[in-house]
Design a protein. Sequence first.
Lengths: 341, 386
Amino acid sequence: MFMKKAALTTGIAAAFMLASAGGASAFTACQVTDVGGIDDAGFNQTAWKGVQDAMSSYGIDGRYLESQSETDYEPNLNSLIESKCDVIISVGFLMGDATKTSAEANAGQKYSIVDFAYDPTIPNVIGQVYATNEAGFLAGYLSAGMSKSGVVGTFGGINIPPVTAFMDGYYYGVAYHNSQKGTNVQVLGWNPASKEGLFTGNFESLDDGRAFAQNLYDEGADIVMPVAGPVGLGSAALADELGSDALMIVGVDADQTQTDPDRAHVYLTSVLKRMDSTVMQVIKQAMDGSFSGGILLGNLQNDGVGLAPYHHFDDKVPAALKAEVEEVRAGLISGAIKAGG
Amino acid sequence: MSGEARSSGPAMSPDMKALLVPAIDSRSSWRELFILPLAAMFLAMLIGALIMMATSVAPETILQSFIAMAHGSVGSIHAISETLTAAIPLVLAGLGIGLAFRAGLFNIGAEGQMVVGGLAAAIASFLVTGLSIWLHLPLVLLVGLAIGAVYAAIAGLLKAATGAHEVISTIMLNLISIRLLDYMLRQPFIQKEGRSDPISKAVLETAELPRILEFLDGNLRLHAGLFIMLAAVAVIYWLLFRSKLGFAFRISGENPGAARYAGIRAGLTIVMAMAIAGALAGLAGAIQVSGVLGRATPGFTAGIGFDAIAVALLGRSHPVGILLAGLLFGALEAGGRQMQVDAGVSIDMIGIMQALIIIFVAAPLLVRRIFPPLFRERPRGGEENG
């Protein structure tokens, strides 16, 4: 018994030495995900892609920590401070308060938060925000042109500005199509005036994604834009079963034909939030010393937001509509058209 | 025994005789409390390693991940602080569930009791103003405790009055509490100013549980709830094993027939046991809000009320066992975080390990078969694993 114990102790001691010897990279970027997880086919995954791009381009170390509930945010941020990260990237509106608390308690640590900004700004935090209403506007315009039933739908995860910005843009894009082309396409699931609409109340349940899309489909919608991270995968599964003639999905955040390749044929397009490019930009700033707290805005002009290619629908979208979408894009960039919201 | 009792009840069958034998012999229960969970943990880690290997994680990463787990749970003052912080609500809610177990009640509702207790505490923490911390903080904690007790007592009353099974009613009360939380967090007097999502106002400073290690490092989250937890362990131990009420609970749990025969009022016992269980869960919710989170948000309980069921099982429904099990679960949570950062192992792996530990603890015979020397019953003085 004693011999066994001694051997065990030696083993543990050796293991500790092994562990402390490893890991000597110059720069480490760390990410804390929100409750969606690192493989949410949405903004956590896209932000992580930015870190991975930086890992391969700049040769840095990258790590991530997944949060299982809102109560994990603060301890996760803290444990990254313990792990000596050069820049900590947190993701999402819901992590806003936790990131602020952590940043104020650790003024020497660089932070950047994806999809959120502080007013007033915090000196050691860069807030990355996106004009998704501009890209959503394009998707709305496109959907209005593609809908055969004259009804399109959308729903969100939680009624918070980063979610509803998509829905605002989508709504106004449809409305713009109606006013320009004399159509009367209806939008179900969101009313920008009253700020009320359909929300699943979570960013996890694929069942909810299916049920909400089913409801909208039952009400006549043939195009649905779910703005709820992985919840949208459930909607895509429904569209896959019904067939893309009956129901098309507009993806959000990432190009979902890439993140959900098995059901790529149901995605009309995706409203892109290029968080990978802004995350990479922040890491570069942190590396070359030009990091300073404030806001980084991604919009149509700097390719921080955009529409994904039509992929499977490339020959189904009429050339005239494609041209109109490009015109609307130019109009939004020049300011001739207002995305509203 | 057999002669007189026959008139008041059915004949004594072998099954009933078995019921009269105490479920756990308290003299040898230290084996149950210490050795069994340790052996279960060892087996769980072994199988966890096998699962990691099966998912093609490199052996050195597996080793690294266990080191990271040890480091992240007890390897630094920060790690210990996180372990204890995570253990506090688990132990408190676990004590309640364990106590209900002892009284023969399966309280699945700790989650819901935490939700209503925490919500009530949050409301009391910002609506009541102008008190000093010496009045405000105890008030907030007591509100959480009382509301949790009332909420759980509903399930107890339903069982006592109508026979509705407490498993069903507490599960349903959980669902109600979650929707109630969503609804309440949107009410203007609760919702944080300028937000459209459900989130409460912040807990006032006079209602915050002080962080007891703040003088060392601002990031250390351990709060004074630690002392409340330790006190609760002592109080529940006294209640269960030294008080008349606890005796009534245990008798009702081990042999309801005998309890009734001895003149213990079954209905009152059920309601009391549920109320105390709910009080502890409500207190756990209040402590989370006041000591850790600083506000109520949807899902602020984070499944702690369900994990606490596992803690109570693992602790064999004994207050000291629950304390140890809660510490272990807290360590798994804190260590799991480090496992992710250092070794890049998925957080889901921690969930698998926790589940494996519970499976092994729930199957004590299996563990005894695998490690026979640890559980050899008879030999006292002589050869203890020479």
